[in-house]
Design a binder for this molecule. Structure first.
Ligand SMILES: [Zn+2]
Length: 463
Protein backbone atom coordinates (compact mmCIF):
# COMPACT_ATOMS: atom_id res chain seq x y z
CA UNK A 1 0.00 0.00 0.00
CA UNK A 2 2.82 2.33 0.99
CA UNK A 3 4.72 1.39 -2.17
CA UNK A 4 1.77 2.28 -4.36
CA UNK A 5 1.46 5.66 -2.71
CA UNK A 6 5.16 6.54 -3.24
CA UNK A 7 4.84 5.58 -6.89
CA UNK A 8 1.59 7.47 -7.31
CA UNK A 9 3.03 10.70 -6.02
CA UNK A 10 5.44 11.40 -8.94
CA UNK A 11 2.67 10.46 -11.37
CA UNK A 12 0.32 12.81 -9.63
CA UNK A 13 2.88 15.60 -9.70
CA UNK A 14 3.60 15.04 -13.38
CA UNK A 15 -0.08 15.02 -14.17
CA UNK A 16 -0.48 18.22 -12.23
CA UNK A 17 2.46 19.85 -14.07
CA UNK A 18 0.94 18.76 -17.38
CA UNK A 19 -2.37 20.42 -16.64
CA UNK A 20 -0.69 23.56 -15.33
CA UNK A 21 1.32 23.71 -18.58
CA UNK A 22 -1.76 23.16 -20.72
CA UNK A 23 -3.59 25.77 -18.70
CA UNK A 24 -0.77 28.25 -19.23
CA UNK A 25 -0.75 27.56 -22.96
CA UNK A 26 -4.52 27.85 -23.31
CA UNK A 27 -4.48 31.05 -21.30
CA UNK A 28 -1.84 32.56 -23.60
CA UNK A 29 -3.56 31.18 -26.67
CA UNK A 30 -6.83 32.79 -25.70
CA UNK A 31 -5.12 36.13 -25.25
CA UNK A 32 -2.61 36.14 -28.10
CA UNK A 33 -3.91 33.67 -30.67
CA UNK A 34 -5.38 36.24 -33.03
CA UNK A 35 -2.19 38.23 -32.86
CA UNK A 36 0.03 35.16 -33.47
CA UNK A 37 -2.07 34.01 -36.38
CA UNK A 38 -1.84 37.43 -38.00
CA UNK A 39 1.87 37.97 -37.53
CA UNK A 40 3.61 38.87 -40.77
CA UNK A 41 5.94 35.85 -40.38
CA UNK A 42 2.99 33.50 -40.62
CA UNK A 43 3.48 32.23 -44.17
CA UNK A 44 -0.18 31.36 -44.50
CA UNK A 45 -0.96 35.05 -44.55
CA UNK A 46 1.35 36.23 -47.27
CA UNK A 47 -0.13 37.40 -50.51
CA UNK A 48 -3.78 37.97 -50.02
CA UNK A 49 -4.46 35.00 -47.82
CA UNK A 50 -6.49 35.94 -44.83
CA UNK A 51 -8.24 38.64 -46.82
CA UNK A 52 -10.18 36.49 -49.32
CA UNK A 53 -13.28 36.66 -47.17
CA UNK A 54 -12.31 39.62 -44.99
CA UNK A 55 -14.72 42.28 -43.84
CA UNK A 56 -15.36 45.62 -45.50
CA UNK A 57 -13.47 48.84 -44.79
CA UNK A 58 -15.41 52.07 -45.23
CA UNK A 59 -14.57 55.73 -44.75
CA UNK A 60 -16.49 57.90 -42.24
CA UNK A 61 -19.30 58.42 -44.75
CA UNK A 62 -19.75 54.72 -45.51
CA UNK A 63 -17.86 54.86 -48.82
CA UNK A 64 -16.44 51.36 -49.39
CA UNK A 65 -12.64 51.47 -49.66
CA UNK A 66 -11.90 47.72 -49.50
CA UNK A 67 -14.03 44.55 -49.58
CA UNK A 68 -13.86 40.88 -50.53
CA UNK A 69 -15.78 39.27 -53.35
CA UNK A 70 -15.56 35.71 -54.71
CA UNK A 71 -12.42 35.06 -52.72
CA UNK A 72 -10.63 38.18 -53.94
CA UNK A 73 -9.77 41.43 -52.17
CA UNK A 74 -11.09 44.46 -54.02
CA UNK A 75 -10.80 48.19 -53.58
CA UNK A 76 -12.63 51.39 -54.54
CA UNK A 77 -13.60 51.75 -58.23
CA UNK A 78 -11.79 55.04 -58.64
CA UNK A 79 -8.05 54.76 -59.31
CA UNK A 80 -7.24 58.10 -57.63
CA UNK A 81 -9.23 57.18 -54.52
CA UNK A 82 -7.45 53.80 -54.32
CA UNK A 83 -4.01 55.44 -54.50
CA UNK A 84 -4.98 58.20 -52.05
CA UNK A 85 -6.30 55.75 -49.44
CA UNK A 86 -3.70 52.98 -49.84
CA UNK A 87 -1.34 54.37 -47.12
CA UNK A 88 -4.20 54.09 -44.61
CA UNK A 89 -6.06 51.02 -45.89
CA UNK A 90 -3.03 49.04 -47.12
CA UNK A 91 -2.82 46.47 -49.90
CA UNK A 92 -3.12 42.67 -49.85
CA UNK A 93 0.36 42.28 -48.36
CA UNK A 94 1.55 43.09 -44.85
CA UNK A 95 4.35 45.39 -46.02
CA UNK A 96 2.86 48.55 -44.51
CA UNK A 97 2.77 47.82 -40.79
CA UNK A 98 0.58 50.83 -39.91
CA UNK A 99 -2.07 50.11 -42.56
CA UNK A 100 -5.48 48.95 -41.37
CA UNK A 101 -5.29 45.72 -43.40
CA UNK A 102 -2.09 44.82 -41.55
CA UNK A 103 -2.82 46.11 -38.06
CA UNK A 104 -6.44 44.84 -38.01
CA UNK A 105 -5.97 41.75 -40.14
CA UNK A 106 -7.21 39.31 -37.52
CA UNK A 107 -10.42 41.32 -37.04
CA UNK A 108 -10.96 41.72 -40.77
CA UNK A 109 -10.20 38.11 -41.65
CA UNK A 110 -12.47 36.74 -38.96
CA UNK A 111 -10.04 34.90 -36.80
CA UNK A 112 -11.84 32.05 -35.03
CA UNK A 113 -10.64 30.58 -31.77
CA UNK A 114 -11.79 27.12 -32.87
CA UNK A 115 -10.68 27.11 -36.51
CA UNK A 116 -7.87 29.71 -36.50
CA UNK A 117 -7.78 31.39 -39.87
CA UNK A 118 -8.82 28.20 -41.64
CA UNK A 119 -12.45 27.94 -40.71
CA UNK A 120 -15.02 26.97 -43.36
CA UNK A 121 -16.19 29.90 -45.50
CA UNK A 122 -19.75 29.65 -44.29
CA UNK A 123 -18.50 30.19 -40.76
CA UNK A 124 -16.25 33.16 -41.57
CA UNK A 125 -16.96 36.00 -39.24
CA UNK A 126 -14.86 38.80 -40.71
CA UNK A 127 -15.50 42.09 -39.01
CA UNK A 128 -16.13 45.36 -40.82
CA UNK A 129 -14.15 48.47 -40.00
CA UNK A 130 -15.40 52.02 -40.30
CA UNK A 131 -12.60 54.59 -40.44
CA UNK A 132 -12.68 58.21 -39.30
CA UNK A 133 -10.98 59.12 -42.61
CA UNK A 134 -12.96 61.08 -45.19
CA UNK A 135 -12.06 59.63 -48.61
CA UNK A 136 -12.64 62.94 -50.37
CA UNK A 137 -10.35 64.86 -48.00
CA UNK A 138 -7.73 62.13 -48.38
CA UNK A 139 -8.04 62.38 -52.17
CA UNK A 140 -7.79 66.20 -52.17
CA UNK A 141 -4.57 66.08 -50.12
CA UNK A 142 -3.12 63.32 -52.31
CA UNK A 143 -3.83 65.27 -55.50
CA UNK A 144 -2.42 68.49 -54.03
CA UNK A 145 0.83 66.72 -53.07
CA UNK A 146 1.15 65.80 -56.75
CA UNK A 147 4.56 64.45 -57.73
CA UNK A 148 6.15 65.47 -54.44
CA UNK A 149 6.88 63.04 -51.64
CA UNK A 150 5.35 64.07 -48.35
CA UNK A 151 2.40 63.80 -46.00
CA UNK A 152 -0.73 65.68 -44.98
CA UNK A 153 -2.63 65.23 -41.70
CA UNK A 154 -5.93 66.77 -40.69
CA UNK A 155 -7.81 65.88 -37.52
CA UNK A 156 -10.67 67.13 -35.42
CA UNK A 157 -9.13 68.64 -32.29
CA UNK A 158 -12.37 68.25 -30.32
CA UNK A 159 -13.04 64.56 -31.07
CA UNK A 160 -9.61 63.26 -32.15
CA UNK A 161 -11.01 61.86 -35.42
CA UNK A 162 -8.45 61.86 -38.27
CA UNK A 163 -10.09 62.90 -41.53
CA UNK A 164 -6.86 62.74 -43.50
CA UNK A 165 -3.56 60.86 -43.20
CA UNK A 166 -2.26 61.21 -46.75
CA UNK A 167 1.22 60.05 -47.75
CA UNK A 168 3.12 60.04 -51.03
CA UNK A 169 4.48 58.20 -52.93
CA UNK A 170 1.69 55.66 -53.00
CA UNK A 171 0.40 53.17 -55.58
CA UNK A 172 -2.68 51.34 -56.77
CA UNK A 173 -3.28 48.34 -54.45
CA UNK A 174 -5.07 46.52 -57.29
CA UNK A 175 -2.14 46.92 -59.63
CA UNK A 176 1.07 47.11 -57.64
CA UNK A 177 3.97 48.49 -59.72
CA UNK A 178 6.51 45.86 -60.84
CA UNK A 179 9.44 48.18 -60.11
CA UNK A 180 8.28 49.27 -56.65
CA UNK A 181 11.44 47.94 -54.99
CA UNK A 182 13.89 49.52 -57.45
CA UNK A 183 12.32 52.75 -58.72
CA UNK A 184 13.25 55.81 -56.62
CA UNK A 185 9.86 57.31 -57.38
CA UNK A 186 8.40 54.70 -54.98
CA UNK A 187 10.98 55.21 -52.23
CA UNK A 188 9.28 54.54 -48.89
CA UNK A 189 5.93 53.73 -50.52
CA UNK A 190 5.34 51.04 -47.88
CA UNK A 191 5.28 53.50 -45.01
CA UNK A 192 2.67 56.07 -44.15
CA UNK A 193 4.89 59.13 -43.81
CA UNK A 194 2.19 60.97 -41.84
CA UNK A 195 2.64 58.46 -38.99
CA UNK A 196 6.08 56.95 -39.38
CA UNK A 197 8.48 59.48 -40.95
CA UNK A 198 10.36 62.13 -38.96
CA UNK A 199 11.83 65.25 -40.58
CA UNK A 200 13.65 68.36 -39.40
CA UNK A 201 10.77 70.69 -38.47
CA UNK A 202 12.50 73.97 -39.35
CA UNK A 203 10.64 77.12 -38.33
CA UNK A 204 7.48 75.29 -37.23
CA UNK A 205 9.56 74.37 -34.17
CA UNK A 206 9.54 78.08 -33.21
CA UNK A 207 6.15 77.24 -31.65
CA UNK A 208 7.94 74.94 -29.17
CA UNK A 209 10.66 77.51 -28.48
CA UNK A 210 7.94 80.15 -27.97
CA UNK A 211 6.07 77.87 -25.56
CA UNK A 212 9.28 77.33 -23.57
CA UNK A 213 9.94 81.09 -23.50
CA UNK A 214 6.39 81.87 -22.34
CA UNK A 215 6.75 79.26 -19.63
CA UNK A 216 10.22 80.08 -18.33
CA UNK A 217 11.00 83.74 -19.09
CA UNK A 218 9.01 86.44 -17.31
CA UNK A 219 7.58 89.14 -19.54
CA UNK A 220 9.16 87.50 -22.62
CA UNK A 221 6.57 89.04 -24.94
CA UNK A 222 8.33 92.38 -24.60
CA UNK A 223 11.82 90.99 -25.00
CA UNK A 224 13.62 92.26 -28.10
CA UNK A 225 16.72 91.04 -29.90
CA UNK A 226 18.47 92.83 -32.73
CA UNK A 227 18.63 90.83 -35.97
CA UNK A 228 21.38 91.84 -38.41
CA UNK A 229 20.73 88.94 -40.79
CA UNK A 230 23.82 87.10 -39.55
CA UNK A 231 24.37 87.06 -35.81
CA UNK A 232 27.29 85.47 -34.05
CA UNK A 233 25.98 82.98 -31.48
CA UNK A 234 28.38 80.58 -29.80
CA UNK A 235 31.22 81.82 -31.99
CA UNK A 236 29.59 81.17 -35.38
CA UNK A 237 26.94 83.01 -37.40
CA UNK A 238 23.25 82.10 -37.35
CA UNK A 239 21.84 83.18 -40.68
CA UNK A 240 18.45 84.87 -40.98
CA UNK A 241 16.72 85.26 -44.34
CA UNK A 242 15.95 88.89 -43.61
CA UNK A 243 17.49 91.69 -41.60
CA UNK A 244 14.70 92.12 -39.08
CA UNK A 245 16.28 94.72 -36.77
CA UNK A 246 14.68 95.07 -33.33
CA UNK A 247 11.78 92.60 -33.06
CA UNK A 248 9.65 91.29 -30.22
CA UNK A 249 8.29 87.73 -29.87
CA UNK A 250 5.12 88.24 -31.92
CA UNK A 251 6.90 90.05 -34.78
CA UNK A 252 9.71 87.49 -34.70
CA UNK A 253 7.24 84.61 -35.17
CA UNK A 254 5.47 86.50 -37.98
CA UNK A 255 8.69 87.19 -39.91
CA UNK A 256 10.13 83.84 -38.74
CA UNK A 257 13.33 85.54 -37.57
CA UNK A 258 16.05 82.91 -37.00
CA UNK A 259 18.22 85.27 -34.95
CA UNK A 260 15.44 85.92 -32.47
CA UNK A 261 14.63 82.27 -31.74
CA UNK A 262 18.30 81.24 -31.78
CA UNK A 263 19.06 83.84 -29.08
CA UNK A 264 15.93 82.78 -27.21
CA UNK A 265 16.87 79.07 -27.16
CA UNK A 266 20.31 79.91 -25.73
CA UNK A 267 18.74 82.15 -23.06
CA UNK A 268 16.20 79.45 -22.12
CA UNK A 269 19.02 76.91 -21.89
CA UNK A 270 19.42 73.21 -22.66
CA UNK A 271 17.60 71.84 -19.67
CA UNK A 272 14.44 73.92 -19.99
CA UNK A 273 14.30 73.61 -23.78
CA UNK A 274 14.51 69.83 -23.33
CA UNK A 275 11.89 69.89 -20.59
CA UNK A 276 9.42 71.80 -22.79
CA UNK A 277 10.10 69.66 -25.87
CA UNK A 278 9.46 66.56 -23.76
CA UNK A 279 6.24 68.01 -22.38
CA UNK A 280 5.12 68.69 -25.94
CA UNK A 281 5.64 65.09 -27.06
CA UNK A 282 9.24 64.78 -28.24
CA UNK A 283 11.35 61.68 -27.47
CA UNK A 284 8.40 59.30 -27.35
CA UNK A 285 5.94 57.55 -29.64
CA UNK A 286 2.14 57.60 -29.69
CA UNK A 287 -0.56 55.02 -30.30
CA UNK A 288 -3.50 55.66 -32.58
CA UNK A 289 -5.74 52.81 -31.50
CA UNK A 290 -3.28 49.93 -31.85
CA UNK A 291 -1.07 51.63 -34.44
CA UNK A 292 2.23 53.02 -33.17
CA UNK A 293 3.69 56.23 -34.61
CA UNK A 294 7.30 57.11 -35.28
CA UNK A 295 9.24 59.18 -32.75
CA UNK A 296 9.97 62.92 -32.78
CA UNK A 297 13.33 63.72 -31.22
CA UNK A 298 14.89 66.68 -29.43
CA UNK A 299 18.31 65.93 -27.94
CA UNK A 300 20.71 68.78 -27.19
CA UNK A 301 22.65 66.90 -24.50
CA UNK A 302 25.85 67.09 -26.57
CA UNK A 303 25.08 70.36 -28.37
CA UNK A 304 27.43 73.36 -28.35
CA UNK A 305 25.93 76.81 -27.71
CA UNK A 306 25.84 77.37 -31.46
CA UNK A 307 24.01 74.08 -31.98
CA UNK A 308 21.56 74.83 -29.17
CA UNK A 309 20.83 78.10 -30.98
CA UNK A 310 20.04 76.22 -34.20
CA UNK A 311 17.84 73.75 -32.29
CA UNK A 312 15.62 76.70 -31.34
CA UNK A 313 14.76 77.18 -35.02
CA UNK A 314 14.12 73.48 -35.60
CA UNK A 315 17.47 72.63 -37.16
CA UNK A 316 20.50 70.87 -35.58
CA UNK A 317 19.25 67.30 -34.95
CA UNK A 318 15.61 68.08 -34.19
CA UNK A 319 13.18 65.65 -35.89
CA UNK A 320 9.41 65.58 -35.94
CA UNK A 321 6.64 63.40 -37.36
CA UNK A 322 3.72 65.03 -39.21
CA UNK A 323 1.10 63.47 -36.89
CA UNK A 324 2.93 64.85 -33.85
CA UNK A 325 3.15 68.30 -35.40
CA UNK A 326 -0.62 68.24 -35.97
CA UNK A 327 -1.02 67.28 -32.30
CA UNK A 328 0.94 70.35 -31.21
CA UNK A 329 -1.36 72.60 -33.24
CA UNK A 330 -4.33 70.70 -31.81
CA UNK A 331 -3.03 71.36 -28.29
CA UNK A 332 -2.70 75.09 -29.01
CA UNK A 333 -6.25 75.15 -30.46
CA UNK A 334 -7.66 73.14 -27.58
CA UNK A 335 -6.39 75.11 -24.56
CA UNK A 336 -3.08 73.25 -24.13
CA UNK A 337 -4.13 69.59 -24.20
CA UNK A 338 -4.57 67.66 -27.46
CA UNK A 339 -7.07 64.89 -28.06
CA UNK A 340 -5.34 61.66 -29.12
CA UNK A 341 -5.82 61.25 -32.87
CA UNK A 342 -7.89 58.18 -33.82
CA UNK A 343 -8.32 56.33 -37.08
CA UNK A 344 -10.92 53.64 -36.44
CA UNK A 345 -14.47 54.80 -35.78
CA UNK A 346 -15.75 51.31 -35.07
CA UNK A 347 -15.10 47.63 -35.58
CA UNK A 348 -18.25 45.57 -36.06
CA UNK A 349 -18.99 42.46 -34.06
CA UNK A 350 -18.90 38.97 -35.61
CA UNK A 351 -20.89 38.59 -38.83
CA UNK A 352 -20.85 42.41 -39.20
CA UNK A 353 -23.10 43.07 -36.22
CA UNK A 354 -22.96 46.87 -35.70
CA UNK A 355 -20.86 48.19 -32.81
CA UNK A 356 -20.91 51.55 -31.04
CA UNK A 357 -18.51 54.28 -32.17
CA UNK A 358 -15.25 54.53 -30.28
CA UNK A 359 -14.38 57.72 -28.43
CA UNK A 360 -10.93 59.23 -28.24
CA UNK A 361 -9.35 60.38 -24.99
CA UNK A 362 -7.26 63.45 -24.20
CA UNK A 363 -3.48 63.07 -24.33
CA UNK A 364 -1.30 64.66 -21.63
CA UNK A 365 -1.27 68.43 -21.32
CA UNK A 366 1.42 70.03 -23.50
CA UNK A 367 1.24 73.58 -22.13
CA UNK A 368 -0.81 75.77 -19.81
CA UNK A 369 -4.00 77.30 -21.21
CA UNK A 370 -2.70 80.88 -21.06
CA UNK A 371 0.35 79.83 -23.11
CA UNK A 372 -1.85 78.00 -25.65
CA UNK A 373 -4.06 81.06 -26.00
CA UNK A 374 -1.06 83.34 -26.49
CA UNK A 375 0.40 81.04 -29.18
CA UNK A 376 -3.00 80.88 -30.86
CA UNK A 377 -3.09 84.68 -31.02
CA UNK A 378 0.47 84.75 -32.41
CA UNK A 379 -0.35 82.17 -35.11
CA UNK A 380 -3.45 84.15 -36.05
CA UNK A 381 -1.23 87.23 -36.39
CA UNK A 382 1.17 85.25 -38.67
CA UNK A 383 -1.69 84.36 -41.02
CA UNK A 384 -3.31 87.80 -41.06
CA UNK A 385 -0.09 89.76 -41.49
CA UNK A 386 2.13 87.43 -43.45
CA UNK A 387 0.60 84.46 -45.31
CA UNK A 388 -2.91 85.87 -45.78
CA UNK A 389 -5.99 83.95 -44.65
CA UNK A 390 -7.03 83.73 -48.32
CA UNK A 391 -4.05 81.42 -48.99
CA UNK A 392 -5.82 78.85 -46.81
CA UNK A 393 -9.52 79.55 -47.03
CA UNK A 394 -12.23 82.04 -47.98
CA UNK A 395 -14.57 80.54 -45.42
CA UNK A 396 -12.87 79.79 -42.13
CA UNK A 397 -10.34 81.57 -39.91
CA UNK A 398 -6.94 79.86 -39.89
CA UNK A 399 -4.03 80.20 -37.45
CA UNK A 400 -0.74 78.77 -38.76
CA UNK A 401 3.04 78.65 -38.89
CA UNK A 402 5.14 77.66 -41.90
CA UNK A 403 8.63 76.20 -41.94
CA UNK A 404 11.35 75.67 -44.49
CA UNK A 405 13.74 73.07 -43.15
CA UNK A 406 17.27 72.74 -44.47
CA UNK A 407 18.26 69.16 -45.23
CA UNK A 408 21.77 69.05 -43.87
CA UNK A 409 24.71 68.76 -46.27
CA UNK A 410 22.72 67.09 -49.02
CA UNK A 411 22.62 70.15 -51.25
CA UNK A 412 19.00 69.27 -52.01
CA UNK A 413 16.07 71.67 -51.78
CA UNK A 414 14.74 72.28 -48.28
CA UNK A 415 11.54 70.64 -46.98
CA UNK A 416 8.40 72.77 -46.86
CA UNK A 417 6.14 72.59 -43.78
CA UNK A 418 2.98 74.18 -42.48
CA UNK A 419 0.96 73.47 -39.37
CA UNK A 420 -2.07 75.18 -37.88
CA UNK A 421 -5.76 74.99 -37.10
CA UNK A 422 -9.19 76.48 -37.78
CA UNK A 423 -10.87 78.55 -35.05
CA UNK A 424 -14.46 78.24 -36.36
CA UNK A 425 -16.55 76.20 -33.88
CA UNK A 426 -18.12 73.95 -36.51
CA UNK A 427 -14.79 73.08 -38.18
CA UNK A 428 -12.35 72.28 -35.34
CA UNK A 429 -9.53 71.03 -37.57
CA UNK A 430 -5.81 70.91 -36.78
CA UNK A 431 -3.40 70.08 -39.59
CA UNK A 432 0.23 69.54 -40.61
CA UNK A 433 1.73 69.19 -44.08
CA UNK A 434 5.27 68.27 -45.16
CA UNK A 435 6.41 68.52 -48.78
CA UNK A 436 9.83 66.90 -49.16
CA UNK A 437 12.23 69.18 -51.03
CA UNK A 438 9.35 71.57 -51.70
CA UNK A 439 11.83 74.38 -50.99
CA UNK A 440 9.31 76.64 -49.21
CA UNK A 441 6.67 76.06 -46.56
CA UNK A 442 4.60 78.89 -47.93
CA UNK A 443 4.77 77.99 -51.62
CA UNK A 444 4.79 74.19 -51.38
CA UNK A 445 2.96 73.16 -48.19
CA UNK A 446 0.31 75.88 -47.76
CA UNK A 447 -1.50 74.99 -51.04
CA UNK A 448 -1.70 71.34 -49.92
CA UNK A 449 -3.08 72.39 -46.52
CA UNK A 450 -5.60 74.65 -48.28
CA UNK A 451 -6.83 71.88 -50.60
CA UNK A 452 -7.22 69.45 -47.69
CA UNK A 453 -8.83 72.03 -45.41
CA UNK A 454 -11.35 73.26 -47.95
CA UNK A 455 -12.50 69.73 -48.70
CA UNK A 456 -12.99 69.13 -44.95
CA UNK A 457 -14.91 72.39 -44.54
CA UNK A 458 -17.04 71.49 -47.56
CA UNK A 459 -17.90 68.15 -45.95
CA UNK A 460 -19.20 69.95 -42.85
CA UNK A 461 -20.93 72.94 -44.45
CA UNK A 462 -22.02 71.89 -47.92
CA UNK A 463 -22.87 68.22 -47.76
ZN1 LIG B 1 15.91 87.95 -38.45
Amino acid sequence: MKKTRTRALPVLLMTLAFFVGIGYFVFNLSIHAAEWASMPMNDHLSDNSGLEHAGTITDRNGVVLAYSENGKRKYHDDYTMRCACMPVVGDDSVNNSTAIQTAYRSDLSGYSFIFGLGQPDMLKTGKNIKLTIDGNVQKAAYQALGQFKGAAVLYNYKTGECLCLASTPTYDPMNKPQDIETNDAYEGAYINRALSAAYPPGSTFKLVTSAAALRYIDNVENREYDCTGSDMIGGKPVICYEINGHVDLKEALKTSCNSYFAHLAVDIGKQKMTEQAKKMGFNRTWKLDSIETGESTYDVSKATTHELAWSGVGQYKVMETPIHMAMISAAIANGGTPMMPMLVKNVSGDFGVPAPDRQSAAAEQMMRKDIADKLSEMMDYCVDNNYGNWSFSQEVNVCAKTGTAEVSDSGEDAHGWVTGFVTDEDCPFAFAVIVEHGNSGYRAAVPVAAAMLNEAVKAVRHS
